[in-house]
Design a protein around this ligand. Structure first.
Ligand SMILES: NC(=O)c1ccc[n+]([C@@H]2O[C@H](COP(=O)([O-])OP(=O)(O)OC[C@H]3O[C@@H](n4cnc5c(N)ncnc54)[C@H](O)[C@@H]3O)[C@@H](O)[C@H]2O)c1
Ligand SMILES: [Zn+2]
Ligand SMILES: [Zn+2]
Length: 361
């Protein structure tokens, strides 16, 4: 059977998001059909619309979602109809060279549904990050469904599906922040503020939030920053050094992803500390650094894809901390909107007015 549902689609580069009827097939082997409850609007959806990810239009947007499994393919055992799930974009294969050496968080062959969702005329859709959850139903690989407690607010926990997990994981998994560490986060949008919260959760005692927008710094403070630096007014490298006894921070996270913020992170880090790049640069950007400084300052320069998370391990842990009141996921949900308000949500994101707008389906 094919399901006809309403969904948010972008047909060509920079075209407005339109509501379309799409056709979603019943699940085949290894697949699950999911009724979507909520889906956050992420910066990456905007990148898709702008053609910055690839040219495989039309895109079915949306990838930070909570839903309920409505049907599974014949061989699926990991989830069953009725399960509450958060969708992930790291369904690990178990067979690639990363998985085989026990590092599935770097899996190079993650799974998506094999069947395609289409427009009514049969045009195949490309689902954002293999998910496509601005839709009443979507089809994913069963491994993209992480079973979660049904009691938690779907809008809040669904954000673990992308941006919030990316930020928390950049601190905890990639940066390996330890109790007593000093951490600085450059860029405090949804991802950066999540990195601030992650650093606080890991026991960092100095957490410095850096942004060019005062509103963002205020939110970062509410989520665990001990100090803030407005880098439109002060040199962030000097400010971070001053706040860390003249040395620099143990871990500096660049959640913007520009050459100038990366250089700030590089020089604001203590000798032998760690830089984590989680912001995504655009293709034309290049970086120039004295190689002697790269050598002489020691330490490590790391990149963080999806917070180096393992959804099966990290989502339930973070939801448990949320339910214990130790991680304020609710604070990331700035507003709840309907599926016809996605363009407005992009505008608010651009203006820096929201951490996350969440579509309720
Ligand atoms: N690595 C991953 O797996 C992953 C996952 C999701 C998102 N991302 C990326 O993370 C980045 C941040 O995403 P977001 O949703 O938080 O975006 P956002 O637009 O909400 O936030 C960006 C923040 O950076 C600040 N900023 C911009 N220029 C700055 C500068 N020069 N100095 C200091 N602050 C500056 C802005 O004021 C804003 O607060 C994006 O590049 C996004 O694509 C990465
Ligand atoms: Zn793998
Ligand atoms: Zn995202």
């Amino acid at each position: 059977m094919v399901h006809k549902v309403k969904a948010a689609v972008v047909r060509s580069k920079n075209a407005d998001v339109t509501l379309e009827t799409i056709l979603v097939p019943d699940p085949g082997p290894g697949e699950a059909l999911v009724d979507i409850l909520t889906c956050g609007v992420c910066h990456t959806d905007l990148h898709y619309k702008q053609g910055a990810i690839n040219d495989d239009f039309p895109f079915l947007l949306g990838h930070e979602a909570t839903g309920v499994v409505s049907a599974v393919g014949p061989d699926v055992t990991e989830v069953a109809p009725g399960d509450r799930v958060v969708l992930n974009w790291r369904a690990v294969c178990g067979e690639c060279r990363a998985c085989r050496r026990g590092q599935p968080q770097y899996c190079f062959n993650t799974h998506n549904a094999t069947q395609k969702m289409t427009l009514e005329d049969g045009t195949e859709l490309t689902a954002a990050l293999g998910i496509g959850a601005f839709a009443e139903k979507t089809l994913v690989a069963a491994g993209q469904c992480t079973k979660v407690d049904p009691d938690a607010d779907p809008a809040a926990v669904g954000l673990l599906g992308c941006g919030v997990m990316a930020g928390i994981g950049a601190a905890i998994n990639t940066g390996n922040v330890q109790r007593g560490d000093s951490v600085a986060v450059i860029g405090c949008g949804g991802v950066g503020v999540a990195a601030v919260a992650g650093a606080a959760l890991a026991g960092a005692t100095t957490v410095i939030a850096v942004d060019i927008d005062g509103k963002k710094l205020q939110r970062a403070k509410e989520l665990g920053a001990t100090h803030t630096v407005d880098s439109s007014a002060a040199d962030p490298v000097e400010a971070i050094r001053e706040l860390t006894g003249g040395f620099g921070a143990d871990v500096v996270i660049d959640a913007v992803g520009r050459p100038e913020t990366y250089k700030q992170a590089f020089y604001a880090r203590d000798l032998a500390g760690t830089v984590v790049l989680v912001g995504v640069p655009s293709p034309e950007m290049t970086l120039e650094l004295p190689l002697l400084d790269v050598f002489g300052r020691g330490g490590s320069l790391k990149s963080s894809w999806y917070g180096d998370c393992l959804p099966s391990r990290d989502f339930p842990t973070l939801i448990s901390l949320y339910r214990q009141g130790k991680l304020d996921l609710d604070a990331f949900v700035t507003e709840r909107i309907t599926i016809d308000q996605i363009e407005e949500a992009f505008a608010k994101m651009h203006a820096g007015a929201v951490l996350r707008s969440v579509v309720e389906l």
